[in-house]
Design a protein around this ligand. Structure first.
Ligand code: FES
Length: 130
């Protein structure tokens, strides 16, 4: 995400980051994100809460693109929110899975839709994940 952020801002894009973790010690590169909302579950840095709380504070209709990465539970909740807000078409999700072969053969990284994270992703459009 930092590489994406740097690439977008280098070309003048107005990028806002909603970045959360359990504690302050779990956050890295906070100083790199000039326009950000930071949240920690224990309140040790930024606002107390989760990324979900941060997303719920946003008017998602104001965004041209939304990029998401994080743990599966968060991704699932974000998908529900984006579907409800009708912004799935502008969202992309980077998924993580345990991978064995990494070349699309073993099936260890298959998601519910049948797509393989190793070769079909790891980045998917929101509409592909619903
Ligand atoms: S890691 Fe084997 S199919 Fe994706």
């Amino acid at each position: 995400m930092l590489f994406l952020y740097d690439s977008l801002t280098k070309f003048g894009a107005d990028v806002k980051v909603i970045y959360g973790a359990k504690t302050k010690d779990d956050l890295i590169f906070t100083e790199k994100f000039k326009k950000g909302v930071f949240l920690t579950e224990d309140g040790s840095y930024g606002k107390k809460g989760t990324v979900i709380d941060g997303v719920l504070q946003e008017d998602l209709q104001n965004y041209e693109k939304i990029y998401v990465c994080g743990p599966q539970q968060m991704i699932e909740e974000i998908l529900r929110i984006f579907k409800k807000e009708n912004v799935l078409s502008i969202a992309e999700f980077s998924l993580e899975r345990y991978m064995r072969c990494g070349i699309g053969v073993c099936g260890s990284c298959v998601i519910d839709s049948g797509l393989r994270v190793c070769i079909d992703g790891p980045v998917f459009k929101g509409s592909e994940l619903v």
